[in-house]
Write a protein that binds this ligand. Structure first.
Ligand code: ACO
Length: 401
């Protein structure tokens, strides 16, 4: 009879690391995080500098190609992305198949997966040119798909891309323009949106990126892999946290109720959403920029005294001075202030994770390309520690006691 415990005892071939807390799954040149110091670098450039001085499309180029573009390279890249923003006419019918009250992330998972049914000339992962076209298509079409998911959920007609606008202005127009009314993009909102996209562009081997790599390691096409990443991102412990964080702030309601809420967190009744991170054991550098963006957007289109912003600031203060959070190194993450900002821009909470997916697409595709182009790449195949029954003999149903 097979003795499973003896078998494990005699095997020295693998490590048991649930949640991958200390196992690197790959080598990468894209993103570096020092969680203790609160440092995040893309291709060596600090996230704070990129958020302040760059644009989302330039960061896309950087993540994909490893260097900041020269002027001519940037112009060519922007033109290429612009050329791919449209969706196949038949694709629109895909949206009407969903119920109006479907969560936009459910729509995104299905719609992005369906891209592989439309763009057959960019499915061959062994062809460099096809890999590049699929990367460009995904970056370019995500805003169009995300805006359609939004428009469908609010029952408004789709707005087609207007490619003379910037990437982010175009997206905002597709979301908020309505027919027969002139829509002018607010520059403060556009700048903040672009910055939010930069902050979410990549974050090394998080759950959704690892999902994309694992799916891609089997040779699946890039559209299918990104759809897998979107599905993973939806979870409340990952991209879904921004939605949960705003719901939490609404539930607290006023700064006076913060202490009572924090007591509940310490009693483990619930978690403080938008706080804590597997890697950052210091202030998430993205949260600093996000807090500033919240300030700017509220001043431009919202209410600087927005009660939810006051609740968030009070919550942060209370938590940062409380031993429960200090001892566990729990600090605000990127999601803590993003909900307030996106809400002031006019997005419903159900769209928050969609915006995250839009921005993270470039990170996913850059990581996927890096993996496919690595000659030592193998199919991902984690092992397990089996804890079930040992080997036993089949008993016919009539003889089971
Ligand atoms: N609120 C209260 N306590 C928390 C929180 C939180 N947000 N996060 C962690 N803790 C506590 C845990 O209870 C645990 O305490 P214990 O050791 O006394 O049992 C300790 O801190 C460690 O927590 P783990 O769950 O082991 O930490 P892990 O690294 O696995 O979790 C995670 C990281 C999932 C992000 C967690 O901090 C969390 O759930 N945060 C809230 C959700 C959130 O904001 N997610 C967004 C992450 S960023 C992103 O995806 C963009």
């Amino acid at each position: 009879v097979l003795d499973i415990r003896k078998l494990y005892a005699e095997t020295d071939a693998f490590t048991y690391d649930p949640g991958f807390t200390s196992t690197a799954s790959c080598e990468s040149k894209i993103t570096f995080i020092d969680g203790d110091a609160g440092v995040l670098l893309h291709r060596g450039y600090p996230i704070g500098q990129l958020a302040e001085k760059s644009s989302f499309l330039e960061v896309c180029y950087l993540l994909l190609h490893g260097e900041l573009p020269q002027a001519a390279e940037y112009e060519k890249f922007e033109t290429t992305i612009t050329r791919h923003t449209m969706l196949h006419e038949q694709f629109d019918r895909f949206f009407s198949g969903f119920r109006r009250d479907a969560h936009p992330m459910a729509v995104m998972t299905g719609a992005v997966g369906a891209l592989s049914a439309f763009y057959h000339d960019s499915l061959d992962i062994h062809d460099l040119r096809q890999r590049e076209i699929s990367a460009h298509r995904l970056i370019a079409k995500m805003p169009t798909i995300a805006a359609r998911a939004f428009k469908y959920s609010v029952g408004q007609p789709f707005v087609h891309p207007l490619n003379k606008l910037s990437y982010t202005e175009n997206f905002l127009r597709m979301c908020f323009a309505v027919p027969a009314e002139e829509y002018v993009v607010n520059p403060v909102v556009a700048k903040a949106m672009d910055r939010i996209f930069i902050l979410h562009a990549d974050h090394e081997q998080n759950a959704s990126t690892s999902t994309v790599r694992l799916a891609g390691s089997s040779g699946a096409n890039p559209f299918a892999c990104i759809a897998a990443g979107i599905a993973c991102l939806w979870g409340p412990s990952h991209g879904g946290a921004n939605e949960e964080a705003l719901n939490m702030l609404k539930e607290i309601g006023t700064p006076e109720r913060v202490k009572e809420f924090v007591a509940g967190v310490k009693d483990r009744k619930y978690r403080l959403m938008g706080f804590g991170h597997r890697v950052y054991k210091n202030y998430d550098p993205r949260a600093t920029v996000m807090k500033q963006s919240a300030d700017e957007v509220l001043a431009a289109v919202g209410d600087s005294n927005d009660p939810l912003f006051q609740v968030a600031k009070e919550l942060e203060q209370v938590a940062l001075n409380d031993d429960f959070f200090i001892s566990r190194k729990l600090y605000p993450n990127v999601d803590f202030y993003s909900g307030i900002t996106l809400s002031a821009m006019g997005f419903p909470t159900t769209m928050f994770t969609v915006l995250f997916a839009l921005a993270r697409t470039v990170g996913w595709i850059a990581q996927w390309k890096e993996m496919i182009e690595d000659p030592s790449q193998k199919i991902g195949r984690p092992r397990q520690l089996y804890t079930g029954a040992t080997q036993r003999d089949y008993v016919p149903i009539s003889s089971r006691g």
